[in-house]
Design a protein around this ligand. Structure first.
Ligand code: NI
Length: 244
């Protein structure tokens, strides 16, 4: 069930039977010369849709812009400041909790979001603790790319060139989701460098085409299909132990 395609009456009925919701959360940032800017939002969104094909669960609208300050040298990238992102996530949680959703499962597609998501959870719990009011909210963060099946597929197809950004895994999954948007590019060097980074200037100096440690050219729709099926199973197992 997609929240944005439901009526309030349908949401009211849903809440009489169950109180869980999946919130896909991603980013809008460059993913190298052949990766889509929306990759990190598309991936959790498509995995969430796959889960809703298997079990009855409400899917919230994808939070499409994340914490991507280090990508701002590349055209099209957008970011929220960490403080803005924490405030956004808190308001989303409070909106949904106010309606009676008790189990909120954030399905994340961007490593740069993790600190802000965890900080938002801590802010929510801190307010309850400080006011001595028990919270009914069970908040969970799950990265779609961390599961054992996705890990195994990455090792099988992209051993040594998975990298950390614009990975062939995430690009394959986004191409599977949007086959009409598949891009090709000549990548030099084939495998991007690995390094630390600070702000967007430092990032662009270290990673001139935007990739970190990856060979995006290995991405394919067929591998994306396998990753989709693996990720749905990985996340479903975690989800079913989160909300029973
Ligand atoms: Ni990404």
């Amino acid at each position: 069930m997609q929240l944005r395609l439901s009526t309030w009456c349908e949401v009211e009925d849903y809440l009489k039977a169950q109180k869980d919701i999946i919130i896909p959360i991603g980013s809008m940032e460059q993913h190298g010369p052949m990766g889509l800017i929306g990759t990190d939002s598309i991936c959790p969104e498509v995995v969430a849709a796959g889960i809703s094909e298997k079990i009855k669960v409400m899917i919230a609208p994808t939070l499409q812009i994340g914490m991507s300050q280090h990508h701002l040298s590349f055209p099209g990238s957008m970011t929220l400041r960490p403080t803005t992102m924490i405030a956004l996530i808190k308001d989303v949680i409070l909106s949904l909790a106010g309606h009676g959703f008790t189990h909120l499962f954030f399905l994340n597609g961007h490593g740069g979001n993790v600190d802000s998501i965890k900080a938002a959870f801590s802010e929510i719990y801190a307010e309850h603790s400080l006011l001595k009011r028990p919270s009914s909210s069970h908040l969970h963060l799950c990265n779609w790319y961390d599961g054992k099946r996705v890990e195994a597929l990455g090792n099988k197809y992209f051993e040594g060139v998975k990298g950390h950004h614009a990975t062939p895994s995430e690009i394959s999954l986004s191409f599977y989701a949007y086959p009409n948007a598949v891009k090709k590019a000549d990548l030099t060097p084939k495998v991007a460098p690995v390094n630390d980074f600070r702000d967007c200037f430092d990032f662009q100096n270290n990673f001139p085409d935007g990739r970190i440690g990856s060979d995006s050219s290995l991405a394919s729709i067929d591998i994306g299909k396998e990753l989709f099926e693996g990720a749905v199973q990985d996340v479903l197992e975690i989800y079913q132990s989160f909300y029973q």
